[in-house]
Design a protein around this ligand. Structure first.
Ligand SMILES: Nc1ncnc2c1ncn2[C@@H]1O[C@H](COP(=O)(O)OP(=O)(O)OP(=O)(O)O)[C@@H](O)[C@H]1O
Length: 461
């Protein structure tokens, strides 16, 4: 019950005492008042047929507002209604709507959702438009179109934001839907805990409770699935959860840092299932999208008052390229530094100060054989697994030799170690590959350009 309704007898008693109302005034005007409803921040009070709304409004509106604030500790607006007031129908609709909103909110809270991660706050660009469209389609028709929906992409690029958006959308349409969002880490921890508890006398049912929690859903969203990979019993449990939900037509949404085909230790039966539905990737945003994300953040966090000059935003968008969390973090840091020293204007110098750690980590990341393999695989659109394989077709063999060459020339790794990294090749195979590419780039301009582009991707500084 709302606090005003609950404390109404106390409120009117307070009014009587504070304003020294006579018995007759109190019984005629105040005691018959009833709290009709409290919607958002307004208390609607129903005035008895025999009394005049205008008179009560004039004489008691202000004193009542004060008493409500004093007794409840919260300031409310007050509006009086007569019993034949036309607004009553309207109010009923408003009350239903407000109630619906409250239910959606608590359903969203229960589902573990961040209220800020909705489709409205998600900026769509070339890097994510396919994932966005797929997510919206799933949100509009859960269990009916793409099941599972598998979203993948690098760190901080919006996978979680999109997953939460789907869940919010579904709950707004129907707050009764059972929607559960968890990270695969939570899934793992809860499963381990359930198994542990199950071993204590009297707790045999804890694994059943765990299963109920995950299987009794209309929509299950599992974020960062890569954490369960390689953990045998968790994978096994997830496999059964997946099958249970999928065969009952329930929607499953999974996110990961890689597509299923590149998750090396993923059991093949899970991999096949992940590939049943739709796989959508999110890549790093381009400059225009980065600018749009910064503008959106300014609008959502009400940062207009800082009047951040455009060249400062351009500076941030130019320098923070690969992680949207860092892009947002840069803006926060800029405001933080400005508040710290109000004399410093918000200019490029302050932005450079705010970005100094991020820029150095983006541009001076350590060049490792793994990084080179990732970038070569991304460049040629083949998997790291294929690069490490023994496949001899040119689409794979040439990128493999390029990877050998780049690892050898850009890191201190020995030929023998490169052989181990590349899936157990011997030293002479690596030597041959490295020398072949080194001599070909002298004559083949296209190859030489390709290698330069990949080198830039590996080390943009
Ligand atoms: N397209 C977008 N529009 C607006 N904000 C975005 C967009 N993409 C990401 N963000 C914001 O960037 C931050 C990081 O996004 P999110 O947590 O969804 O990334 P993630 O891909 O799940 O990262 P991780 O791999 O670390 O789990 C969030 O604050 C999110 O709101």
């Amino acid at each position: 019950m709302n606090i005003v309704k609950e404390k109404w007898p106390e409120i009117i008693e307070h009014l009587r005492v504070e304003h020294e109302l006579s018995n007759v005034s109190f019984h005629t005007w105040i005691q018959p008042l009833k709290v009709y409803d409290v919607i958002d921040n307004t208390v609607f009070i129903l005035v008895n047929m025999n009394a005049s709304v205008e008179y009560i409004e004039k004489k008691y509106l202000l004193p009542l507002k004060v008493c409500i604030a004093e007794i409840t500790g919260t300031e409310f607006e007050v509006a009086f209604l007569s019993e034949d007031d036309d607004r009553i129908d309207e109010l009923q609709n408003m009350a239903i709507e407000a109630n619906q909103k409250k239910k959606t909110k608590s359903a969203a809270e229960k589902a573990g959702l961040n209220p800020k991660y909705t489709f409205d706050t998600f900026v769509v660009g070339g890097n994510n438009n396919f994932a966005h469209a797929a997510s919206l389609a799933v949100a509009e028709s859960p269990g009916e179109v793409y099941n599972p929906l598998f979203l993948y992409g690098g760190v901080g690029l919006g996978k979680t934001h999109l997953m939460h958006s789907i869940a919010h959308f579904i709950l707004e349409q129907n707050p009764k839907k059972k929607v559960l969002y968890v990270t695969s880490e939570t899934f793992t921890n809860e499963m381990i805990e359930a198994l542990r508890m199950g071993k204590t006398p009297g707790n045999e049912s804890s694994i059943e409770k765990f299963r109920d929690k995950y299987r009794n859903n209309d929509v299950l969203l599992i974020d960062d699935i890569q954490f369960i990979i390689g953990k045998e019993s968790t994978q096994e449990e997830f496999f059964h959860t997946f099958n249970h939900l999928h065969t009952s037509g329930k929607q499953i949404i999974i996110s990961s840092d890689k597509p299923p085909k590149d998750i090396e230790t993923l059991e093949s039966r899970l991999r096949t299932r992940f590939e049943w539905g739709l796989i959508a990737d999110i890549s790093a945003p381009n400059y225009e999208t980065r600018m749009a994300i910064l503008q959106k953040k300014i609008e959502l966090d009400h940062l207009e008052k800082y009047k951040i000059p455009n060249d400062v935003l351009e500076y941030i968008a130019t320098n923070v390229k690969t992680n949207i969390r860092e892009l947002e973090g840069s803006l926060n840091k800029l405001i933080f530094l400005y508040k710290l020293d109000k004399n410093a204007p918000i200019d490029i110098a302050l932005a450079a100060e705010a970005l100094k750690d991020i820029i150095s980590s983006e541009n001076n990341r350590e060049v490792t054989p793994e990084l080179i393999l990732d970038i070569v695989s991304e460049h040629f659109g083949i998997s790291v697994k294929d690069i490490k394989s023994n496949k001899r077709n040119a689409e794979i063999a040439v990128p493999r030799q390029i990877a050998m060459y780049l690892i050898r020339s850009m890191t201190e790794t020995s030929l023998k170690a490169i052989g181990v990294i590349l899936g157990g090749k011997d030293h002479s195979t690596i030597k041959y590959g490295v020398e072949k590419i080194a001599s070909e780039i002298e004559e083949d301009e296209v190859l030489s350009n390709t290698i330069n582009i990949i080198k830039k991707k590996i080390n943009p500084a």
